[in-house]
Write a protein that binds this ligand. Structure first.
Ligand code: UT7
Length: 328
């Protein structure tokens, strides 16, 4: 049993290929101006044809392991948050376990869409504090470009590919770790963001492909309102549980879906924009990967110091939502 957890290594990986708004302007009826003003996105990364989510996951994981000074064999649990698994089964976590040579690790995928990293952090915290596992590799990896309808301007301008990873270990110092967390779901709103085809409801046939059921569908407008509400409520929940004030938060790392959602949420929570980490302009919405990618960048940019209070906050398909308040 341990009191809390600590993040001992962080890494991220973004595919090299950059797809700009100007590129998209040439293929769908959209404009750089529309995308920038409605979403804050300028460009996004796109995985190569031969790259699946596990390939991105492995690159991010290798960096996180190196930062943690750990060998893959020392990991006893691998969790991969993704809605773009390499295939239905084996899980992406099992594929990653093999590619890393993490032969002593159990492996499990988490399907909670954009909230997947937050769900994974809460699950890891419980398992580590119960003493079940000591070194957990939590990865969020997405290749949304592979489930995107590139003729649908209402979704294709929003999404991107990438991966982020953290290595978690027990902490008994009483100084660092997860101070408070909350998770939730609104299953009744699942139809706002989903992928209808290919599962046991609509097994893949020529017809499901003709109807484009293998692509992600989104009702952006309805989602927008629920997104702000969920982000604000989740943040207020953890702020209250940890008995802190919004002004105590050193860095707010929200899920990067849309700059307007980020601005509205930060304002309602009461966090000034100079304490909000933003990279949606460069990567678009990378679903579960967005928070760990941002966390890794913020660390590398020196925006996180020992003892800082960090708020992670996400919402996404499911619908799912969740927040974690961390003492670094
Ligand atoms: O990770 C969680 C999942 N996703 C989200 O959080 C997304 C949440 N939603 C959003 O970010 C926004 O709702 C969008 C960015 C998706 C859309 O922005 P909006 O301000 O809600 O626009 P809208 O859907 O109300 O569309 C306004 C207009 C429509 O035209 P009409 O009906 O007013 O003539 C759309 O057809 O903009 C049109 N439109 C576009 N125009 C140019 C939609 N997509 C595009 C586009 N380029 N790419």
């Amino acid at each position: 049993m341990s009191k809390n957890i600590k993040i001992v290594g962080v890494g991220s990986y973004l595919p090299e290929k950059i797809l700009t708004n100007l590129d998209l302007q040439k293929t769908v009826d959209t404009s750089d101006e529309w995308i920038r003003t409605r979403t804050g996105i300028r460009e996004r990364r796109i995985a190569r044809e031969d790259q699946a989510s596990s390939d991105l996951a492995v690159e991010a994981a290798k960096i996180a392991l190196q930062k943690a000074s750990l060998k893959p064999e020392e990991i006893d649990l691998i969790l991969v948050a993704t809605i773009t698994p390499d295939m239905f089964f084996p899980s992406t976590a099992c594929i990653v376990q093999d590619k890393l040579g993490a032969k002593n690790a159990a492996a499990l995928d988490i399907s909670a869409a954009c909230s997947g990293f937050i769900y994974g952090l809460v699950v890891s915290h419980s398992l580590i504090c119960q003493g079940q596992y000591k070194k957990v590799l939590l990865i969020a990896a997405e290749t949304l470009s592979k489930i995107t309808d590139w003729e649908d301007r209402s979704t294709c301008v929003l999404l991107g590919d990438g991966a982020g990873a953290v290595v978690l270990a027990p902490s008994d110092s009483g100084k660092e770790g997860l101070l408070a967390s909350t998770l939730g779901a609104i299953g009744s709103a699942g139809n706002l963001l989903y992928l209808p085809g290919g599962g046991s409801r609509n097994p893949t046939t020529h017809q499901t492909v003709d109807k484009k059921l293998h692509y992600l569908k989104m009702q952006g407008n309805d989602l927008f309102k629920l997104a702000v509400k969920s982000l604000v409520e989740a943040a207020e929940n953890v702020i209250q549980k940890a008995k802190i004030k919004p002004q105590d938060i050193d860095l707010f790392i929200p899920h990067q879906a849309n700059i307007r959602i980020i601005n509205a949420s930060a304002k309602r929570i009461g966090i000034p924009m100079d304490r909000v980490y933003i990279n949606v302009d460069r990567y678009g919405n990378t679903s579960a990967a967005s928070i760990p990618i941002a966390l890794d960048e913020a660390l590398r940019e020196g925006k996180i110091k020992k003892g800082d209070l960090i708020l992670l906050d996400a919402f996404g398909g499911g619908l799912t939502w969740g927040a974690c308040l961390l003492r670094w």
